[in-house]
Ligand binder design. Structure first.
Ligand code: ADP
Ligand code: MG
Length: 902
């Protein structure tokens, strides 16, 4: 075939990708929910078309219209109901919800239509061909392409020119404003879901005659559309459609050129490779995460350690007896115990850190295959091979974490989902992965040592021992520093970084740990079965695995134990071919129910009773007993901001500002709203990119340093809109200030802390609590506190950090007059006692002028006044700046302030 034919094949396939991707992007943009189940909607439509056209023998136009115009919108309406619950839910729950749809559609179609019979939809578009420049082109190809282009163009025109369409674009940015101008945000989103699902349905109908119907294949094919969406930066519709064409053509051309060896597998894997490359290398500003996650915090109750230890001992005792009764199921029990590793690590990732991996089965496959090859091919000992099999997965895990770190958690889910499929398409078929012609691999068990470890029983106990150790490790990690850091990052990445935690390192670390344990789990399970093949590692299973761990709740290791049992033992004891499919259906429905139903919680009466019985030792004693450990003397350094500029899309928020903050002095920074005060803090702490100028601390240039590095260097800050760790207590919030600075780039510092360090953190926390008068509320959860107190918590957190420079952004907003005055005294005292420098941004001008030594006035990003507080009082510029205040809420207050200034 000549080149043109390949291009045409590519364009036709690409137009279907593009069509599907456009629908995906539309719903993502308008609702902030990325529908990973979008491909399942195409599969559903293909089956619907099959039923109408083939089984009910309706003519194809009626079948197509019924599918696209009736089934599609109906499904879209249901999805909108689901999406409404998903908006603002935590990422794992969001993804569990949409993955639930995918599982239900796949399992449902498999159960209704059966897996045996091959079902085909006859080609329905007109037959015939035309010749263009010596190449024959089929009518149906041309028509498919034209339909896809027209549908996309129609949608684009709709968004551009109709009222509803324009509202649809606005709904993400500002739903409240949209309501004000008379649109219902819900109605607009409902339209988006209808249209998005119609697009998916149309692509499903167009795909139906091209391939035999198979829910998994159809779904995965549309995952290729993610690459198109990524090229369109998940927001631009024409770009997305063009991206679909690019993916289609590249994949088609690669089938022509890449026909040998490993590269022959590339065409099928190409869309996922493109997806990954885009996520890794596309400039970040185009790909910002649009999922507006506003997690409604809830205080989670953890069972007392003593109760858990008792329960753990009982479970282990039970597991020890398993070989007595398991009989032929013993190997499955072994696999189940190995799966505890996989689920336990996944729980750390999903529950503790709030990230999502959809490639666990891929990591298991890597572990299992590597393990087998190491045992067969090299003379390596069994334990060494096991560890190495785990280690091989680690760098892969690290690379996969990059999109998440660059772009946000959603992209980790997308990248891992794509990676799982890539792995299957590209490597599962290679001889070096699962053996020649994918015939399967033998996986040896360990040699008999003193006891027979190769027998089913001996091997079971070996795996049980490894699992107990691993669970203990995971449990310790979760309860220890890593668990805490992950919680901070999950609840407020900005606050975590501002307190010195290099969140990227923590994220990579947790992903490496997860990959390692999943690979080990895979190797252990493979060695239980003694032979493995690619079939056991279909990437779609990763979705089930993920949903199971979400369903089993956050309590490590219990969730892992239950998940492993549900995943492995139920199918083992009900050995029908359909039980797996029924389970998939059940998990999918449960995931959707989890989203739709109100969250279940243990009644307080139960938890408090349990606490009373068991919780005696594992509670840190309140402050009273801690001796104040000497706070390390702080070396005074100067913060110099010189000629810094910051631009937001043409608006100069900072225009060459010069400010010096001297140790032992309070530097007041005032200016009207929008003057650039908060932006200055963001520039100093590395949260926004600066254009020109420099920021230096003690003479050292901070350029290129991350926010967390700047915090560790000694710059602490509060935020204008308070950034707290909502579900944590006041004391735990404050301690982050002290703990964050002890975490460095070295991964070990993310895992453990020394006793001396812990003592220092505790005493810094207690003295900061005392300084801010927060002892009485120390054990309360911050989400329940009034704004004024919340601000004080943030100030205390900042104090606990022992920083050399503190940047306080309107700390007195929400405080009453007395509280403000006390805050002023506190700031003064801290500066005098510790010799640190403070920049105080305040609306309360009397407070600023009362406590500051130096005063700067900022307007339109420029310093229009600098001098002593006394000069500022007299300065007409200062007064003018305050006369210029336009914010109506502040008018009364400003009036009073002006009186005082005069
Ligand atoms: P202040 O803290 O003095 O009230 P800000 O520093 O918050 O002022 O804002 C300065 C200017 O920069 C304002 O015009 C504001 O709208 C703009 N601005 C601040 N942050 C952003 C952002 N992330 N994107 C776009 N514009 C911004
Ligand atoms: Mg501000």
């Amino acid at each position: 075939m000549d080149l043109i034919s390949f291009v045409i094949i590519g364009l036709v396939a690409g137009s279907i990708y593009g069509l599907a991707a456009v629908g995906l992007v539309l719903t993502y943009k308008t609702s902030g929910v990325f529908n990973l189940g979008h491909g399942a909607l195409a599969a559903l439509a293909a089956y619907s078309f099959y039923v109408l056209n083939v089984q009910l023998e309706l003519s194809w136009p009626i079948a197509a219209a019924g599918t696209v115009c009736a089934v599609g919108p109906a499904v879209g309406l249901l999805l909108e109901l689901l999406a409404r619950r998903l908006q603002g839910a935590a990422l794992p729950l969001q993804i569990a919800g949409v993955v639930g749809i995918l599982l239900v559609v796949q399992a449902g179609t498999l159960l209704i239509f059966g897996a045996q019979e091959v079902r085909r939809v006859p080609s329905f578009l007109p037959k015939g061909r035309i010749e263009i420049a010596g190449t024959f082109i089929q009518y149906d190809d041309v028509l498919t392409f034209v339909i896809a282009v027209v549908a996309t163009a129609g949608l684009w025109a709709f968004l551009r020119w109709t009222r509803t369409g324009i509202a649809m674009k606005a709904v993400v940015q500002n739903p409240e404003l949209l309501e004000l101008v008379g649109h219902s945000a819900t109605r607009v989103r409902r339209w988006a879901w209808i249209l998005g699902t119609v697009m998916a349905s149309l692509s499903g109908v167009l795909l139906a005659p091209i391939m035999p119907l198979d829910p998994v294949q159809l779904t995965l094919l549309v995952v290729a559309a993610y690459a198109a969406a990524a090229i369109g930066t998940f927001s631009n519709l024409p770009g997305t459609f063009a991206g679909g064409l690019v993916v289609g053509v590249l994949a088609a051309l690669s089938t022509r050129w890449l026909t040998n060896g490993i590269l022959a597998s590339l065409p099928a894997a190409l869309p996922f490779a493109i997806l990954f490359v885009v996520l890794l290398f596309f400039p970040k500003k185009y790909l910002a995460d649009k999922t507006a996650v506003r997690i409604h915090p809830r205080a989670t109750w953890k069972a007392p350690v003593r109760l858990q230890a008792t329960g753990g001992a009982l479970v282990v005792a039970f597991l020890v007896t398993v070989p007595l009764f398991a009989g032929i199921h013993l190997v499955d029990w072994t696999v189940a115990v190995a799966m505890i590793l996989v689920f336990g690590s996944l729980s750390l990732l999903v529950h503790t850190s709030g990230q999502v991996s959809l490639a666990q089965i891929g990591f298991m496959a890597i572990g299992a295959a590597t393990f087998s090859h190491l045992l067969q091919g090299t003379g390596m000992s069994w334990p060494a091979a096991l560890l190495l099999a785990g280690a091989v997965a680690v760098p892969i895990g690290a690379v996969l974490a990059v999109p998440a770190i660059r772009l946000g958690g959603l992209y980790l889910a997308i990248a891992t989902f794509g990676f799982g499929i890539f792995l299957q398409q590209m490597f599962y078929t290679q001889d070096f992965m699962f053996g020649a012609a994918s015939s399967g691999l033998e996986v040896r068990r360990p040699d008999t040592m003193i006891v027979d470890l190769a027998s089913d029983t001996g091997y079971y106990y070996l795996v049980l021992a490894i699992a107990v150790v691993s669970v203990a490790v995971v449990f310790t990690l979760e309860r220890g520093r890593l668990g805490r850091l992950l919680t901070y990052i999950k609840q407020s990445p900005r606050a975590a970084e501002a307190n010195g935690v290099p969140a990227a390192v923590t994220r990579v670390l947790i992903f490496c740990i997860t990959a390692f344990l999943a690979a080990i789990g895979g190797a252990l399970a493979a060695s239980a079965q003694q032979s493995i093949s690619a079939d056991s590692y279909a990437p779609i299973i990763s979705l089930t695995v993920f949903v199971i761990i979400v369903l089993n709740g956050p309590a490590v290791p219990w969730n892992a134990v239950l998940a492993a049992a549900a995943y492995t033992l139920i199918p083992s004891y009900f050995p029908s071919t359909e039980v797996g499919t029924y389970l998939q259906l059940l998990f999918g429905i449960s995931a959707i129910a989890l989203v739709m139903l109100p969250p279940a919680q243990l009644p307080v009466r139960v938890t408090s009773l349990v606490d009373r019985w068991f919780r005696r030792d594992d509670r840190t004693e309140p402050a009273l007993r801690t001796e104040p450990v000497d706070v390390e003397p702080i070396e005074p350094v100067v913060l110099e901001v010189s000629k810094v500029g910051v631009t937001f899309g043409g608006v100069k928020a900072l225009d060459g500002a010069d400010i010096v903050c001297t140790p032992g002095r309070v530097t007041g920074l005032i200016g009207p709203n929008g003057a650039g005060k908060s932006t200055l803090f963001n520039a100093v702490t590395g949260l926004v990119a600066t254009s020109g100028g420099s920021v230096s601390l003690g003479g050292a240039d901070l350029r290129g340093k991350s926010p967390s590095a700047r915090a560790r260097a000694g710059i602490g800050r509060t935020f204008q809109t308070v950034e707290l760790f909502e579900s944590m207590t006041v004391r735990d919030n404050v301690s982050v200030g002290a703990e964050g600075r002890t975490v460095r780039l070295d991964p070990i510092t993310h895992l453990r802390s020394s006793k001396a360090e812990r003592d220092r953190i505790r005493s810094a926390t207690e003295s900061a609590l005392a300084a801010c008068g927060l002892e009485d509320v120390a054990d309360q959860h911050v989400m329940n506190l009034p704004t004024g107190t919340r601000r004080l918590v943030e100030v205390a957190r900042c104090l606990a950090g022992g920083h050399t420079i503190l940047l306080l952004d309107e700390p007195s907003a929400g405080l009453d007059h007395n509280e403000s005055a006390r805050l002023g005294e506190l700031i003064r005292r801290v500066v005098d006692e510790r010799g640190i420098g403070v920049i105080l941004v305040e609306h309360d001008v009397s407070l600023v002028l009362g406590v500051s030594d130096d005063v700067y006035v900022l307007e339109f990003g420029r310093v229009i006044f600098s001098g002593s507080a006394a000069d500022a009082r007299r300065s007409s510029v200062v007064q003018a700046a305050y006369l210029g205040t336009t914010e109506p809420v502040d008018e009364v207050q400003s009036g009073r302030e002006l009186e005082e200034i005069k």
